[in-house]
Ligand binder design. Structure first.
Ligand SMILES: [Zn+2]
Length: 256
C-alpha cells in the first residue's frame, strides 16, 4: 500500500510539472509558462519575443485590440505595441528601413497572437478558411507571422492593395490578377520587400507573411503583459545589430 501511494504521488508530481511547463496537445507543443519560456530563450536567444514598437516610422493598427475586426470582438487587451521572435523583428526592421528610403513605412495589423486567442477565434468562426485550427496552431502563435501593409509616411494613407485586411476573398489571393496595375505593383512591392528580408508569403492573404522553419518555434500562450514584463532592457538584439536604433522603450512611434 505504501508503495502504491509513493507511486501515486510521484505520478501526480509529474502531472503538475507537465501542466506547469510545456503542454503537449496531440501533435502540438504549447508553451504556457513564462519561466520555462525564459529558460528556453536563455539557450536560444534568437527565439526571444521582442517588441516591434521601437522601430522609427512604424505604425500600429492592431485590429484585434479593438472590435474592428472580422469577429466584431475585442480579443486583445489595450496594447500599443506587439511582439515577434527576434529573427522576425530583425527581418521586419530591414523592410522598414528600405521602405523609409522611399518615403514609405510599414503598418502592422497583427503579429504575435496568444494561442488561447486563436482558440477563441476558432470557436467563433470554426472555419479553416478564416481561422487557424487550434489542432495545428498558427504561425502568429509562434511569433513568426505578421499581418501588414505599406503606408505613405507623409499622408499616413495605406497603399491600395485592392482589398482590406482579413477580407478572405479570392481577390486577396496573390494570384488574383484582375486588379489595377497600381494595386498589383503595391502588392508586389510588399512581397519583394518581405521576401528579400526572409519572410514567406501566404498565397491566399496578401497581408500575411511568416518566417520559414516554423517547427523551430513553440506555439506560445503567453499574455502580452508577460511579454512586456520580460522585455530585455535595453532591447538587446537590434541595439547590437544597429547602433542607430533608439535604446529605450517598447513604445510605438505612433499609437494605434
Ligand atoms: Zn496572419
Amino acid at each position: 500500500m505504501k508503495l502504491f501511494w509513493t507511486v501515486f504521488f510521484l505520478w501526480m508530481n509529474c502531472q503538475l510539472l507537465a501542466q506547469d511547463t510545456t503542454v503537449s496537445k496531440k501533435n502540438i507543443r504549447l508553451m504556457k509558462n513564462a519561466k520555462k519560456y525564459l529558460e528556453k530563450v536563455a539557450l536560444h536567444p534568437e527565439q526571444r519575443m521582442l517588441s516591434i514598437g521601437w522601430m522609427p516610422g512604424i505604425v500600429m493598427e492592431l485590429k484585434y485590440a479593438t472590435s474592428s475586426n472580422f469577429t466584431g470582438q475585442k480579443l486583445y487587451p489595450c496594447i500599443n505595441t506587439t511582439y515577434l521572435r527576434r529573427d522576425a523583428v530583425m527581418a521586419l526592421w530591414e523592410v522598414q528601413k528600405k521602405l523609409s528610403e522611399r518615403g514609405l513605412a510599414v503598418k502592422i495589423f497583427d503579429a504575435y497572437r496568444p494561442y488561447s486567442v486563436s482558440v477563441r477565434i476558432w470557436n467563433l468562426v470554426n472555419d479553416e478558411r478564416y481561422a487557424a485550427n487550434p489542432s495545428k496552431g498558427s504561425n502568429h502563435n509562434r511569433g513568426i507571422a505578421v499581418d501588414l501593409t505599406i503606408i505613405d509616411s507623409k499622408t499616413m494613407k495605406e497603399l491600395d492593395m485592392g482589398t482590406g485586411f482579413d477580407s478572405f476573398s479570392d481577390s486577396a489571393h496573390h494570384n488574383f490578377k484582375a486588379l489595377p496595375d497600381s494595386v498589383l505593383e503595391n502588392r508586389q512591392l510588399l512581397r519583394n520587400m518581405m521576401e528579400q528580408a526572409g519572410f514567406k508569403a501566404l498565397e491566399t492573404e496578401w497581408w500575411h507573411y511568416a518566417l520559414p522553419d516554423a517547427e523551430k518555434y513553440d506555439l506560445l500562450d503567453l499574455g502580452f503583459e508577460q511579454l512586456k514584463k520580460n522585455q530585455p532592457k535595453p532591447i538587446i538584439c537590434p541595439i547590437r545589430w544597429k547602433s542607430s536604433v533608439p535604446a529605450s522603450s517598447d513604445q510605438p512611434a505612433q499609437k494605434q
